[in-house]
Design a protein around this ligand. Structure first.
Ligand SMILES: Cc1cc2nc3c(=O)[nH]c(=O)nc-3n(C[C@H](O)[C@H](O)[C@H](O)COP(=O)(O)OP(=O)(O)OC[C@H]3O[C@@H](n4cnc5c(N)ncnc54)[C@H](O)[C@@H]3O)c2cc1C
Length: 368
């Protein structure tokens, strides 16, 4: 049993996953969040939760790619470990991703393919497969006859983020985590979490409040919110076995299948911190992309349109930083689910290693 008491501000993907790992390691954990655990308006609950190290490399870099590749190994293990607690199973698939384009948008697909080959490490090139129309139809029968071909990105996957977040909450309770639900954190300081009702003393404080900790980030490395919107539908007329990305000269959209004939269609990316409802324009873009993938989606029932802010740093890399005696995990941007296991694992090891050395020394602005 580890005697370390860790206070975590923010019970989104980062804070909640970290709390679970630390509880498993025997720590005492206090978790604080201004929202109830099932609130839908966070990035973590809005995300499509595509796990796409290859496809995302086109818009990210080798650091995110490496975190993603490592996380793809951890996800199945962690999901199995989570199930050991007896909670509901979490939907997770690793059947690869398809990338397709309509005839007028073939140039976008060709550019994406070149970019991928240019950025991918040699060892991973074999994960990219060019498909002709027959190969595409074989992989994804619902798309037979609809596209002249496409790309198959082997090893990519997706999970049901709402199930992951709910299962974590159950495990945190079972393992004795102290969840201060609906408690807004004013400040996170060395050795304490400060809420309106008073300060809570902890051995180590972690700030995982996403955009909620914007004020804690220095002007030289600012944190901002990047708005994203997704559409969730239910449709019995189409079966997809894996996520499909649709290339378009102005935006890239994807359709991720979920249990119960549901599909998550995402995602817009707007340089805005507006947290208001989804706009008509975004709804039309997401909806028309879905309909263009297969006409049977015309009869899909709209279940939810949601918007949230992705916490992003200027270099678009996630960061683990020790500043003023407080650990920060933030900047997960559009790769939170892709990178979370590797990042959380890294931070948990740092916290546990510091404890085992009884090391009270804190190097400020240590970044990784
Ligand atoms: C539309 C959209 C689509 C996405 N799709 C994908 C995808 O396909 N694949 C992928 O890998 N990633 C995706 N992401 C990104 C991913 O969702 C985020 O990177 C990740 O969820 C960020 O998690 P977080 O815990 O850092 O932040 P958040 O989810 O924002 O969680 C922060 C938590 O802190 C709490 N909080 C805030 N302020 C306070 C306060 N003052 N006091 C107490 N609590 C506070 C909040 O209530 C919240 O629970 C997507 C994001 C969006 C918005």
């Amino acid at each position: 049993m580890n005697s370390l008491h860790i206070g975590i501000a923010g019970a989104g993907l980062a804070g909640r996953t970290l709390a679970w790992r630390l509880l498993r390691a025997g720590c005492r954990v206090s978790l604080f969040d201004s929202r109830p655990r099932g609130a839908l308006d966070t990035a973590s609950m809005t995300a499509a939760a595509m796990l796409s190290p290859l496809a995302e490399l086109a818009v990210s870099d080798e650091a995110v790619f490496a975190l993603g590749q490592r996380s793809m190994q951890l996800w199945p293990r962690w999901i199995a470990e989570l199930a050991e607690g007896g909670g509901e199973p979490v939907y997770f698939r690793q059947e690869g991703t398809l990338v397709v384009a309509h005839a007028p948008d073939q140039a976008s697909l060709a550019h994406f393919t070149r970019l991928l080959h240019h950025k991918l490490p040699d060892a991973c090139r074999a994960q990219v497969h060019n498909l002709d129309a027959a190969g595409l139809a074989q992989r994804e029968p619902a798309l037979a006859g609809r596209f002249g071909g496409g790309l198959f990105l082997e090893g990519e996957g997706q999970l049901a983020n709402d199930q992951w977040m709910a299962a974590l909450a159950g495990e945190i309770d079972r393992l004795g985590g102290q969840w201060h639900e609906g408690q807004a954190v004013d400040r996170v300081e060395q050795g304490r979490i400060v809420c309106a009702g008073g300060a809570h003393a902890v051995d180590v404080a972690v700030d995982a409040r996403g955009v909620g900790s914007k004020a804690q980030w220095p002007a030289g490395n600012p944190l901002r919110g990047v708005r994203g919107e997704v559409l969730r539908v239910e449709c019995y007329g189409v079966t997809l076995l894996r996520p499909v990305r649709l290339m378009h000269p102005r935006y890239q959209l994807y359709v991720a299948p979920r249990p119960g004939h549901q599909f998550v269609v995402g995602a817009t990316e707007l340089e805005s911190e507006d947290t208001g409802p989804v706009t008509l324009r975004s709804m039309l873009e997401l909806g028309s992309a879905l309909h263009s993938l297969h006409p049977a989606f015309g009869e899909a029932r709209v279940l939810r349109l949601s918007a949230a802010l992705r916490p992003a740093l200027d270099d678009h890399r996630p960061a683990i930083v020790l500043r003023g005696g407080v650990w920060h995990i933030n900047g997960l941007y559009r790769h939170g689910y892709l990178c979370a296991p590797a990042l959380v694992d890294e931070l948990a090891h740092k916290l546990l290693a510091a404890d085992s050395q009884e090391d009270s020394h804190h190097d400020d602005d240590n970044e990784s």
